[in-house]
Design a protein around this ligand. Structure first.
Ligand SMILES: [Zn+2]
Length: 234
């Protein structure tokens, strides 16, 4: 078994894994999510102001319609007033006209309030419209940055994948079997390197005697770390 080739594949495998993990957590992706939230908030504010505006307009239209009806009715009552002869009838008509006038005052107040709401909503909409370009441009620029980062990441990933594939193709079928078995058993890192007396898989030291024993083995014979069980490449 070629321990060095196993170790090389492990290094490429680990690097590829780290890159892929990093690509799923790009800071540019977080920035884009934030920009999307800002755009959504902006559109929400536009929607809310537009709703207030259309409510105000509907109120104004309804009160004007109602006021016109009141005016017509009052006009009729005033005509009647000119022709009645009895005081009692005249009093009744006058009372009704007073009621109409009171109602009319109420309507005028309501319309005034609606006109204020209309002016505020229009003002808000025009402020939002002037911010719109900046909000959209900000989001586009963040999206472009993410595309660049993803593109660079994809290039790196393709390069590493090609190296990984080549390193894997250089192994024989038994070595691939050992590699895959060890990888699955040890959470992605099944091949470790001995650095001095230390296994870089579990970071524990072996005894000098153990290491000396390993070094006396014929080349091509694989040894396992006595602490973690990973294949230990000397
Ligand atoms: Zn170990």
């Amino acid at each position: 078994m070629n321990g060095d080739a196993l170790w090389e594949l492990q290094q490429l495998d680990t690097a590829l894994n780290q890159l892929q993990r990093r690509l799923t957590k790009l800071p540019e992706a977080a920035a884009l999510a934030e920009a999307d939230t800002r755009v959504a908030k902006h559109h929400g504010a536009v929607g809310a102001a537009a709703k207030l505006l259309s409510e105000a307009e509907a109120t104004i239209e309804a009160t004007e319609h109602e006021a016109a009806a009141l005016t017509a009715k009052r006009h009729r009552l005033e005509q009647q007033l000119k022709i009645v002869s009895e005081t009692r009838q005249a009093d009744a008509l006058n009372h009704e006209i007073d009621l109409l006038n009171a109602h009319r005052d109420e309507l005028d107040d309501r319309e005034l309030e609606a006109m204020e709401q209309q002016a505020q909503a229009e003002q808000r909409l025009s402020e939002l419209a002037s911010e719109e370009d900046a909000v959209v441009a900000m989001r586009e620029s963040v999206a472009a940055q993410l595309a660049v980062a993803k593109g660079a990441g994809a290039d790196d990933e393709a390069e590493l994948t090609a190296k990984y594939d080549a390193a894997r193709a250089a192994l024989n079928i038994e070595e691939i079997a050992v590699y895959d078995y060890q990888r699955a058993r040890h959470g992605g890192i099944g091949i470790a390197k001995l650095i001095g007396l230390r296994c870089d898989g579990c970071h524990l030291d072996l005894s000098r005697a153990e290491v000396d024993n390993f070094k006396r083995l014929p080349p091509g014979e694989l040894v396992d770390c006595p602490q973690c069980g990973r294949v230990l490449v000397l």
